[in-house]
Design a protein. Structure first.
Length: 143
């Protein structure tokens, strides 16, 4: 006989991950990907599944920047995103890091894409500063 295992609610069903270490920038006032590869595709096995996404990257900002995660064309946060970096000093710039996570309920069994987007309000915003490695991971959680 073949043994089968039934995974209960909350079990991790699959994990997908991607990294990017290319230094990227934007001056856009609207959310853009800046052609980054901090993007993962995942196909939920059930419409009741939840997807837990975690994303991190190093940043540099000369004024004010916002970061968020999109599911396909949907911003999973409001217009100010999940993370804001602000630097109020005209003599230089701010180098730091961002970390975001969110539990999404996409209610689909079609392939979806999760990706880091960012924008700024003035100046230039950078990710993967000095070619450090950013990452994004999506985990399907049984509903």
């Amino acid at each position: 006989a073949i043994a089968t295992t039934k995974l209960g609610t909350g079990a991790v069903l699959q994990v997908v991950s991607a990294t990017d270490s290319t230094f990227r920038s934007t001056t856009s006032l609207s959310y853009v990907t800046a052609s980054n590869t901090l993007s993962v595709n995942i196909t939920p096995s059930s419409t009741s599944s939840k997807i837990f996404i975690v994303c991190s990257a190093s940043t540099r900002v000369s004024n004010q920047a916002f970061y968020t995660i999109y599911r396909d064309s949907t911003n999973l946060a409001g217009s100010n995103g999940m993370v804001e970096n602000y630097f109020d000093d005209s003599s230089g710039d701010n180098r730091s890091s961002i970390a975001m996570s969110i539990l999404d309920t996409p209610s689909t069994t079609s392939q979806i894409t999760y990706q880091l987007y960012f924008k700024n309000s003035a100046g230039t915003t950078f990710i993967n500063h000095n070619n450090t490695k950013g990452s994004i991971t999506a985990m399907e959680i049984a509903g």
